[in-house]
Design a protein around this ligand. Structure first.
Ligand code: SF4
Length: 118
């Protein structure tokens, strides 16, 4: 397992652990991009390939994985439409309760045609 070449500088930033000390040692959050990353995505362990480290799994209308919510609230996605939906309708949500935040996010996603697995 090794850090992805394009994520070396992100991996060097360990500030995530002051907010989330229990996070996977390879998880990082890019605050300006508002996105979470597995910094060893290309060589991640088998168990991560099978189960993923998400707490919400977002599927598009064809059932393909569009994104994951990693940690408490970090979107990991390469899907431009989903990223835009987060920027426009989700990132500004002010909801201190995580379970309530999840419910609001699921509502937005379902309305936009996504399926969410918890
Ligand atoms: S996919 Fe696995 S290695 Fe990557 S951040 Fe999640 S738990 Fe860590």
């Amino acid at each position: 397992m090794s850090v992805d070449p394009d994520k070396i500088s992100l991996f060097a930033d360990t500030s995530i652990f002051s907010e989330r000390p229990e996070a996977c040692p390879f998880f990082r959050y890019d605050a300006p991009a508002a996105k979470g990353y597995c910094t060893v995505h290309l060589t991640r362990p088998e168990i991560c390939r099978d189960y993923g480290c998400w707490h919400l799994l977002i599927l598009d209308d064809s059932g393909k994985r569009a994104g994951r919510i990693m940690g408490r609230r970090h979107l990991a996605s390469e899907d431009a439409a989903l990223t835009r939906l987060f920027e426009e309708e989700i990132n500004h949500l002010v909801e201190p309760d995580d379970a309530a935040w999840d419910r609001q996010v699921i509502e937005v996603l379902v309305r936009a045609g996504y399926t969410v697995r918890t």
